[in-house]
Structures are given as structure tokens and as C-alpha cells.
Design a protein around this ligand. Structure first.
Ligand code: GDP
Length: 295
């Protein structure tokens, strides 16, 4: 594990090696480096503070103080706690509903909602599900075209809403159609705004009440870094989220947003977006993300 650590953490571990005893001062110093590593990875400050406190409590217990290699033991605790905070295990989609199981996509414009809707459709199609995609984004005709094209690309059905301009009516009609045509899953893409606004939240709440989704997935851009925390809080307060998808992890983002979003919402991260193509979706692995966040 040492090989994967950032130079900063590896240096601390090295300096602790061979010391018979580890002192509170050693622990403080290591945690200072961990704190910097987390902030560099864009984990939100209040989340970093809570995390450091939790690790400190454990580290000052017997575990580290009596360990043969205190530096390694300490970093081990950091890694374990990070993994635990990110949910411990991978969480899959829950589609245990009377078909059609509805998946509602929520998030800001540009977060990757529409792309991710297409990716999920492909993933579910590969699991032998009959999938229907529908767009309730009536404000951007381009968004509807984008989803229609994605549906064609991944070869699943797209719900044509015709002249209907009411997102609620579109979603209900899509659900009705899905029921009559025996679809297993209906994925509803929704409108996003560039920033959180009350009208958007009211609309998505109404959509949620209308279609009663079994999964309400919050899509968030990993590149948003520190801002992700505010967006996550707003969506979590507005909707009973069931999971999170963190997009654009193929870029430079260190993944700190994963920790912040999980901390704020308490909801499992289910997938990560790792590319623009429909195949660019992977299951979220807390353990791997912990490694990435540590650098
Ligand atoms: P929406 O407004 O939330 O529906 O966002 P879009 O789905 O239109 O995505 C916005 C931009 O982000 C598009 O250019 C997508 O190709 C891109 N995008 C979405 N997910 C990913 C991802 O996981 N990785 C990369 N590199 N780009 C992504």
C-alpha cells in the first residue's frame, strides 16, 4: 500500500518507521499531512475536520500506540476510515418494484445527467432489461434530442412526448406507456439549471411525487470540487435520494467530492462516470476511491 501513497504521506510513514513508540505529536503531524492531502483532493473543509477527529480518536487508542509499525498502522486507519465513510461496499441499483421500475435523474445542468441516463440504459439493457428512456427537460429542446440520439445509439426505446410541454404529464404518459408495453425500467431525465433554484426543486419534487421512482439518483460532477457540497445538500433536502453518481472521474478530479457528497447526503455512491461514451460508467468502489483521494 505504501507505494500508492502520495509522497507526503509516504514521507511521514518513513519517518515513523523504526520508532519504538509513537507519540501524540507524531499522530498530530501525520494527521496534518492527511488533512492537506484531503483538501488538495477537494474534500470540503467541514468534512475534512470531522474525518480527522474520527481518525485521531482511533489513532490515539491502543491500536497505533502499541503497533510494531505505527506509521503504517496510522495510514491503515486513515485508509479504512475513508473507505468506511464512502460506504464500505459497492451498492447496486435497486429495481425491486412492480415493473416498470422508475429511475429519476436529478442534478444541475452540465453535471452529466443526460449522458448518464444513456449509460444506465445501456447497462440495464446488458442485464437483459427492457428499458424506456424519457426526457422531462422541456426547457432545452437540445436535451430531448440528445437523449433521443443516445437511445438510438445504445438501442433502447425513447418515449416521444409529441407537443406536450408539461414535464409532469410527459413523465406520467411515459410511465403509462412503459406499463402497457411491459417495460422493466423507465429512466426519466429531468431539467437542470446552472445553479440551484426553487422552481427547479419544486418541479423535480412534483415529478418525484407523480412517478414514485424506486431510484432517485443525484448526478454530480466530480470536477465541481468544493461546490459539490452545497449542491448535494440542496438536492438531498429537496428529494429522498437513493443514490449518487459521480461523473467525469476520467479527468483530473481527485475524487474528494465523493467523500463530501457521501458525508452530506448519507446516500450510497452507486456509479462513477469515466468517459463521454455510453460505456463510460463503472460501479463505485469505496476502497479504490479512498486510494485515489489519498493520492
Ligand atoms: P446534463 O446537462 O446534466 O444533462 O449534462 P450532459 O449529459 O449533457 O453532460 C454535460 C457534458 O459532460 C457533456 O459534454 C458530456 O459528454 C460530458 N460528460 C458527462 N459525463 C461524463 C464523464 O463521465 N466523463 C467525461 N469526460 N465527460 C462527461
Amino acid at each position: 500500500m505504501l507505494d500508492n501513497l502520495s509522497g507526503r504521506l509516504a514521507g511521514v510513514v518513513k519517518s515513523l518507521r523504526g520508532q519504538a513508540r509513537i507519540t501524540e505529536a507524531n499522530v498530530q503531524d501525520t494527521l496534518r499531512q492527511v488533512r492537506l492531502a484531503l483538501l488538495e483532493a477537494d474534500v470540503a473543509l467541514p468534512v475534512v475536520k470531522d474525518f480527522i477527529e474520527a481518525v485521531k480518536t482511533r489513532a490515539l487508542g491502543q491500536e497505533v500506540l502499541t503497533s510494531l509499525s505505527p506509521g503504517q498502522a496510522l495510514i491503515g486507519i486513515v485508509h479504512e476510515e475513508l473507505t468506511r465513510l464512502m460506504g464500505g461496499e459497492n451498492a447496486d441499483l435497486n429495481l425491486a418494484a412492480t415493473p416498470p421500475a422508475v429511475i429519476l435523474m436529478a442534478g444541475l445542468q452540465g453535471s452529466g445527467k443526460t449522458t448518464t441516463s444513456g449509460k444506465l440504459a445501456l447497462l440495464l439493457k446488458n442485464r437483459k432489461k427492457k428499458v424506456l428512456l424519457a426526457s422531462a427537460d422541456v426547457y432545452r429542446p437540445a436535451a430531448i434530442d440528445q437523449l433521443r440520439q443516445l437511445a438510438t445509439q445504445v438501442d433502447v426505446s425513447f418515449f416521444e412526448a409529441g407537443d406536450e410541454r408539461d414535464p409532469l404529464k410527459i413523465a406520467q404518459a411515459a410511465q403509462d406507456h412503459a406499463r402497457k408495453q411491459f417495460y422493466d425500467v423507465l429512466i426519466v431525465d429531468t431539467a437542470g439549471r446552472l445553479a440551484i433554484d426553487e422552481a427547479m426543486m419544486a418541479e423535480i419534487r412534483a415529478l418525484h411525487a407523480a412517478v414514485k421512482p424506486v431510484e432517485t439518483l443525484f448526478v454530480v460532477d466530480a470536477m465541481q470540487g468544493q461546490d459539490a457540497i452545497n449542491v448535494a445538500r440542496a438536492f438531498n433536502e429537496a428529494l429522498p435520494l437513493t443514490g449518487v453518481i459521480l461523473t467525469k472521474l476520467d479527468g483530473d478530479a481527485r475524487g474528494g467530492a465523493a467523500l463530501s457528497v457521501r458525508h452530506i447526503t448519507g446516500k450510497p455512491l452507486k456509479f462513477i462516470g469515466v468517459g463521454e461514451k455510453p460505456t463510460g460508467l463503472e460501479a463505485f468502489h469505496p476502497e479504490r476511491m479512498a486510494q485515489r483521494v489519498l493520492g
